[in-house]
Ligand binder design. Structure first.
Ligand code: CDP
Length: 686
């Protein structure tokens, strides 16, 4: 009780003033705890402290002082510098206590293993109904779920036990879709889901068009869908060669391997098909399949792509005998079965002063954020043994960023410029290196994650050196020009004196913490590391609202816009842009009316370039920005490549190809107004 008093005195109500109106509205609608009669139990400062205490409790286990850590975590959150993912804020110190934003749940090709213990099928460890039940429990606790439906036998295949006919992955996806309609997440928000399918699955064509054309706005509305591609498929598609679709039931090695081993397995299956040993489902030109994907994505935004080879290659955890087959709902985390995302984001805006970045404070706060996320793992209450076991085995965290667009504006750099790319590259690399340093120090103090000895970390390999190697050794051989063009743009940014003054001091700070590559590589292989994976760029949907900044690494969506959320219709202005317009006295009546109508500045406005918005920025710059952050990431980057509604289909094709080539973990495009209902609309007059 004495400690609680002490912490209560530490609360600083003046920090409530850091919140914007929409930030307060968001907190009140879902985050602040309420009594049964609906009255509030806490204020924003209580929320930060409750979360801080709940998480710092983990320190007790290691003989640490939870009070000191509570204060430090509180300071970080209450100053809006660190935003943990929503379930951490919802559930810290509550009975539910589930703190992760998302999970990947496997679906084996059987109905149930958990309730059919007599079953002796080695391919059945977690059946469809087991996954459905677990998904329900996860939604109840506020998390989202990603699945790969590709282990399920195709529609029309045999079912031996009943001598019936299988209904295929799509029909089972509908079951999960209905589940979400029924269970609202934690009573707070609707469950987010990712449904994936391998490109080689016999039902892939139906999957690709399952949310487009006539089915747009109708089917699978509680799913994002993505095709799991790999380098083998991409090369076949570029060359326009034929591929065979294969039944996973007859070739299970397909989902148990990646990279060269996968190619060996696939070619073996094709031999078996040609020899008539297993059934031919379909032979199809890979380019036709690719065009189908692109056409659907152009039409409705779905499916996205996820590069399974890249995700498995970059991932440093490497669990023996296991393959990463899916991502979480918004694809910022490529996860092993039963792993979870424990996300937190650093608000970059808080580290800009007078056109410079305060690298010292950023370094300190990144370390604290890593400790916070690592503590989350120890106090997290997960709804299933399999989740508990896996999460403690890999101790994966996902540190990301928020407010990049505001930060670039504050530095006077337009988003679609070489300078902005160079500064982003510097920020991303700095944060990644400091985060790895922090996790090494935690390993020294509390021990490495249990599966450490199997991973690439133990060999001193850093994820970003793998990104570079792949770009140089693989992508350059496929399309040298595109790779060189991107690298040239980045170089041009670094050569600008303005950029050099912004990044001045960053290397010295890293050196001070022994966080340059050589030192990190030695230390990670000798001391160990606390967390199997570390970085992740999430969409920051609600958290950017709470922090009052533009979300994640996205450009301004618009200067004025309407956001339709379940909590109501929010009319929003980007504060950084608005402030700048006021300070420079360039918001006259005509400009204001233009902004309210279209959400953007008139072309001839003096700030029109600096304040460019998502649809004014060419898709290539969106992709460049995404891959720049991906380079320093070991799990995934969630970003929407926003395109104007009149974008031709060829642009989507090029964007998808470029993303694969430049090492994006995945890609999602969205053409404005391509669906009948979208969350955000530009302008505030509609
Ligand atoms: O809401 P918050 O800002 O904390 O999260 P986000 O960065 O927008 O999303 C992070 C992850 O949370 C997503 O990738 C989803 O897996 C999950 N999520 C969810 O399950 N349900 C939602 N309605 C929104 C996000």
């Amino acid at each position: 009780a004495q400690h609680i008093d002490e912490l209560a005195k530490y609360l600083d109500p003046s920090r409530d003033l850091l919140l914007t109106y929409n930030g307060v509205r968001t907190l009140m609608s879902r985050y602040l705890l309420k009594r049964l009669d609906g009255t509030f139990f806490e204020t924003p400062q209580y929320l930060w402290m409750r979360t801080a205490m709940g998480v710092a409790y983990a320190e007790l286990k290691y003989g640490g002082d939870p009070i000191t850590w509570s204060r430090r975590f509180y300071d970080l959150m209450s100053q809006l510098k660190l935003m943990p993912n929503s379930p951490t804020l919802y559930n810290a110190m509550t009975r539910l206590g589930q703190l992760s934003a998302c999970f990947v749940v496997p679906i084996d090709d059987c109905l149930s293993r958990e309730s059919d213990t007599n079953r002796e099928d080695p391919e059945c460890n977690f059946g469809i109904m087991d996954a459905l039940r677990l998904a329900a429990l996860i939604f109840q606790s506020g998390g989202g779920v990603g699945y790969n439906f590709g282990k399920l036998r195709p529609e029309g295949d045999i079912v031996r036990s009943t001598t019936g006919i299988a209904s295929g992955p799509l029909s089972f996806m509908k079951l999960f879709d209905t589940l979400v309609d029924t269970i609202k997440q934690g009573g707070k928000r609707r469950g987010a889901q990712m449904g994936m399918l391998f490109w080689w699955h016999p039902d892939i064509e139906r999957f690709i068009t399952s949310k487009s054309g006539e089915l747009k706005d109708v089917q699978l509305q509680n799913f994002n869908i993505s095709v799991a591609i790999d380098d083998y498929f991409m090369q076949k598609a570029l060359k326009g060669e034929d591929v065979y679709l294969v039944n996973p039931r007859e070739c299970p090695c397909l989902y148990k391997t990646w990279g060269e081993e996968f190619v060996k397995c696939y070619e073996g299956c094709v031999e078996a098909i040609k020899a008539g040993k297993i059934r031919i489902w379909r032979r199809i030109n890979a380019k036709e399949l690719w065009d189908k994907i692109v056409k659907s994505a152009w039409d409705s935004g779905d499916p996205g792509l996820w590069n399974r080879d890249l995700a498995n290659y970059i991932n440093n955890e490497k669990l023996p005998g296991e393959v990463i087959n899916a991502t979480n709902p918004c694809s910022e985390e490529s996860l092993y079965d039963f792993e979870s995302c424990n996300l937190g984001s650093i608000n970059l805006v808080k580290y800009v002063y007078d056109g410079r970045i305060d690298w010292d404070s950023l370094a300190r706060d990144v370390q604290l954020a890593v400790r916070f996320l690592d503590d989350v793992i120890d106090v997290n209450k997960l709804p299933h043994d399999r989740l508990r076991k896996r999460v403690l085995e890999t101790r994966r965290i996902g540190l990301g960023t928020n407010g990049l667009a505001d930060t670039l504006i504050a530095l006077g750099l337009r988003y679609d410029s070489p300078q902005a790319l160079a500064v982003s590259n510097e920020l991303a690399s700095f944060i990644a290196r400091m985060a790895v340093r922090a996790s090494i120090e935690l390993a020294r103090e509390k021990g490495a994650y249990p599966a450490y000895k199997h991973g690439d970390w133990a060999e001193g390999v850093l994820p970003w050196t793998k990104h570079r190697e792949r770009l140089e050794k693989f992508s350059s051989t496929v399309d040298k020009n595109s790779v060189e063009e991107y690298l040239k743009v980045l170089d041009a940014g670094y050569n600008d004196p303005r950029v050099r003054s912004v990044i001045d001091g960053a290397t010295a700070v890293l050196r001070g913490y022994r966080a340059l590559d050589g030192e990190l590589s030695i230390d990670v292989s000798t001391i160990g590391i606390r967390n199997g994976s570390i970085m992740s760029i999430a969409p920051e949907g609600s958290r950017s609202l709470i922090a009052g900044v533009n979300s994640s690494i996205e450009p301004l969506f618009a200067i004025a816009y309407i956001r339709n959320l379940s909590i109501g219709k929010l009319i929003e202005y980007n504060y950084t842009a608005l402030r700048l317009l006021m300070v420079t006295k360039t918001l006259d009546g005509v400009t204001r009316r233009f902004v309210e109508e279209y959400g953007i500045l008139p072309r001839d406005h003096p700030l029109a370039n600096l304040l460019r918005t998502a649809h004014e920025i060419h898709w290539k710059w969106h992709v460049y920005m995404q891959v720049t952050w991906a380079k320093w990431n070991d799990s995934g980057v969630s970003k929407t490549i926003n395109m104007p509604s009149d974008t031709p289909i060829e642009d989507v094709e090029q964007a998808y190809r470029l993303a694969w080539l430049l090492n994006a973990f995945g890609i999602t495009v969205y053409r404005d107004k391509s669906k009948s209902v979208q969350v955000i609309y530009t302008g505030v007059k509609s």
